[in-house]
Write a protein that binds this ligand. Structure first.
Ligand code: PLP
Ligand code: ZN
Length: 424
């Protein structure tokens, strides 16, 4: 019998199932991709990798796409890992590096996840995708869907940075603002999914995005000469990047590419929105939503249990940093010549805090993840009116209105330059 190259296993009940485009198990756990690692080992070695050109698809055999023709790529991955000697000296750590994820297409690391997720949409013949997002996932879906000829429907919190809203439109997505937060956007999609024919590519709803983020961990080991750092400081929203990198370290260990201890994960969130940081620290009930409108603000992470377990088992910790600390860290990165998003800067703020209190010691080698660039969050004065809805019912009624386009607010109809890009 033909053995599949990859399948799914539940991170909670351990149940296995054949590969499908769902990351939810009946038990409530997350389904993650498992690979036939013997097959991977025959096709891929560090030597083979060294001969392949820069792209996250260099790790092709460790990504769950069957056919090369399905791959939707815009040049994602192979981002630089650069040393930060001045910071190293200032903080007194053995080594500090930053992984420059802001250099990905669409200016954020979300490109990795959507390159895989949209490739899977192509492979499985899906033509209409929707995402609820704080912004960067939405623009990544919009770009990759445009590349693939798939229609993208993005639902963003009302206070999403204006530049990102217009970025999504620039890629031709249907854009709708939702009264509330990211989980309200996700709920609207679930309510309308069947009627609209949307495939929901939200966090941990399908297996591709975690696999794409896994490539950050694979690249990190390769860039350090097939070793792993002591500490990874990661700006955490839903936590799928932590899940992805944890998978990367396990798979590389099983392949014999790296040995030794896996890194301790540090989950950084912004004060006022720290459900994961609080859970990791052993507290509960921190689902408040007063943090700034960035990718860190995810009051109801889809699988907090798994992220908490991974961080704890790694010997890691969590830290909540203030808006002021993040702003100071953006200046700190700037002084090193680096443009950082609030999320990326939060990792520097977290490092400073943990070095001060001694959790990170002088012998530690630390890697920060700068997940997006500063420009995405700059004040945006261009007129960007958009429909704001509170529910799927409201969305549906607007869609049925004479303009027939919920992305086209009636009040914006006459303003030149204010129209969203037409839907496909
Ligand atoms: C720039 C940026 N950094 C970090 C995150 C959080 O990522 P994760 O969902 O992997 O925790 C997001 C999510 O929106 C983001 O946009
Ligand atoms: Zn299960």
């Amino acid at each position: 019998m033909h053995t599949p190259r990859f399948w799914l296993r539940c991170s909670r009940c351990d149940g296995e199932t054949e590969f499908r485009q769902s990351a939810r198990c009946a038990c409530g756990g997350s389904l993650l991709v498992e690979y036939d690692l013997d097959h991977v080992a025959r096709a891929l070695t560090p030597e083979v990798l060294a001969s392949r050109p820069g792209s996250m698809w260099r790790f092709r055999e460790m990504l769950p796409v069957e056919r090369d023709e399905s791959i939707v790529s815009l040049g994602e991955g192979s981002t630089p890992l650069i040393p930060l000697p001045a910071l190293q000296r200032a903080l007194g750590v053995r080594a500090a590096h930053v992984k420059r994820e802001e250099q990905n297409p669409t200016g954020s690391f979300k490109a990795r996840g959507f390159s895989v997720a949209v490739s899977l949409l192509v492979e499985h013949g899906v033509g209409k995708a929707a995402v609820g997002s704080n912004g960067n996932a939405a623009s990544a879906l919009a770009a990759y869907a445009a590349r693939a000829g798939i229609s993208a429907h993005v639902f963003l919190p009302e206070d999403c940075p204006g530049l990102i809203v217009d970025e999504c439109r620039g890629y031709g997505a249907e854009v709708c603002l939702v009264r509330g937060l990211i989980q309200d956007a996700g709920r609207l999609i679930e309510e309308g999914r069947e009627a609209e024919g949307w495939f929901n590519v939200g966090t941990l709803r399908e297996p591709g995005r975690v696999e794409g983020k896994k490539t950050m961990g694979l690249e990190l080991a390769e860039q350090l000469g097939w070793r792993l750092p002591d500490v990874i400081v990661y700006p955490t929203g839903g936590g799928s990047g932590i899940i992805g990198m944890w998978k990367a370290f396990r798979e590389m260990k099983a392949l014999g590419w790296v040995g030794g201890e896996a890194p301790r994960f540090v989950c950084v969130q912004e004060e006022g929105g720290t459900p994961l940081a609080s859970a990791i620290a052993g507290g509960g009930g921190a689902a408040s939503a007063h943090a700034s409108p960035t990718g860190l603000r995810v009051p109801s992470p889809p699988d907090g249990e798994l992220v908490t377990r991974i961080v704890r088992e790694s010997g890691g910790t969590a830290v909540a940093v203030s808006r002021e600390e993040i702003q100071a860290a953006q200046k700190g990165f700037g002084a090193l010549g680096l443009s950082s998003s609030p999320e990326g800067a939060a990792t520097l703020a977290g490092l400073r805090r943990l070095r001060e209190d001694g959790w990170i010691g002088p012998r530690d080698e630390v890697v920060l993840f700068n997940t997006a660039c500063a420009m995405k969050y700059l004040p945006w004065t261009a007129p960007a009116p958009a429909t704001v809805v509170a529910s799927y019912a409201e969305y549906r009624d607007l869609a049925a209105a004479p303009s027939g386009d919920p992305a086209l607010p009636a009040s914006a109809g006459t303003h030149a330059g204010m129209h969203p890009a037409p839907n496909r």
